[in-house]
Design a protein around this ligand. Structure first.
Ligand code: HXC
Length: 257
């Protein structure tokens, strides 16, 4: 299937989504959202796919939600559309996701990157939530995910001043999984995605779900959830295979069963 605003590729077991509105620095309009959701729907049911990378261009991962699309809208337009709510589809995507970020990741772009499970950034990446300069606030989870990722002190600084942070600051603050030189961004993202996709897919999905529980619940409930699903893994074939392979001193051959 061809998309208007993204490119969808399959690189072995890795699904690869490239945001592709270069003239608007990949600003996230409704068409981008439709295209990303359609691509995710395909990749979710594709048994060959074990991880997904979302990336942009060298200049911009995404410079935000599309300001020109939002400008004429009324409160009732936004409310009745439940504008931005459909981005929850990405948060609910069950396979591991990696944002590979170069250049601007501002506003909705930063929020999109934060919804992904890992954030691999080029040394050119710039992050920010500049919505306040437009007379609004983050609307795709920025005030919540940024605060959980980097804490109140820095989240308040970014959300209230609208300033950008460079990649070193973003890594120190805990927003970024890894920094790589810009010319190695895509190779590194692919390598990490391939590594994840070489694991047992159901186990990777359960690992992702379990880490994400940490953001939703108390420590006691989170630990209980982890223990329950940990025990349940002993009912699957890939646990038998993984541990047998270790004992036999050979690489594991997972079957996603
Ligand atoms: C629509 C955008 C855009 C955006 C850039 N463009 N960002 N269009 N929505 N978010 C368009 C520009 O209008 C311009 O189109 C083209 O992309 C190139 O951008 P320039 O500004 O000419 O590039 P440059 O001078 O290099 O500056 C790059 C930039 C700047 C610093 C990233 O574009 C910028 O500040 N963009 C807005 C960033 C922002 O505020 N993001 C948050 C959006 S609100 P033309 O046609 O003129 O060539 C959001 C949260 C939503 O994301 C939640 C609140 C409801």
């Amino acid at each position: 299937q061809d998309f208007e605003t993204i490119l969808l590729e399959r690189k072995g077991r890795v699904g690869w989504i490239t945001l592709n509105r270069p003239k608007a620095l990949n600003a996230l309009n409704s068409q981008v959202l439709d295209d990303v959701i359609a691509a995710l729907d395909e990749l979710e049911v594709d048994a060959e796919i074990g991880a997904v990378v979302i990336t942009g261009s060298e200049r911009a991962f995404a410079a935000g939600a599309d300001i020109k699309e939002m400008q004429p809208k009324s409160y009732m337009d936004m409310f009745l559309d439940d504008y931005f709510a459909r981005w929850d589809r990405l948060a609910q995507f069950r396979k591991p996701t990696i944002a590979a970020v170069a250049g601007y990741a501002l506003g909705g772009g930063c929020e999109l990157a934060m919804i992904c499970d890992l954030l691999i950034a080029a040394d050119t990446a710039k992050f920010g939530q500049p919505e306040i300069k437009l007379g609004v606030i983050p609307g795709i989870g920025g005030s919540q995910r940024l605060t959980r990722a980097i804490g109140k002190a820095k989240a308040m600084d970014l959300v209230l001043t609208g300033r950008n942070m460079d990649v070193e600051e973003a890594e120190r603050a805990g927003l970024v999984s890894r920094i790589v030189p810009a010319d190695q961004l895509l190779d590194t993202a692919l390598e990490v995605a391939e590594t994840i996709a070489s694991m047992s897919l159901p186990v990777a999905m359960i690992a992702k779900e379990s880490v994400n529980r940490a953001f939703e619940t108390t420590l006691a409930e989170g630990l209980r959830f982890e223990r329950r699903v940990f025990h349940s893994l002993f009912a699957i074939e890939d646990q038998k295979e993984g541990m047998a392979a270790f004992v036999d001193k050979r690489p594991a051959k997972f079957t996603n069963r």
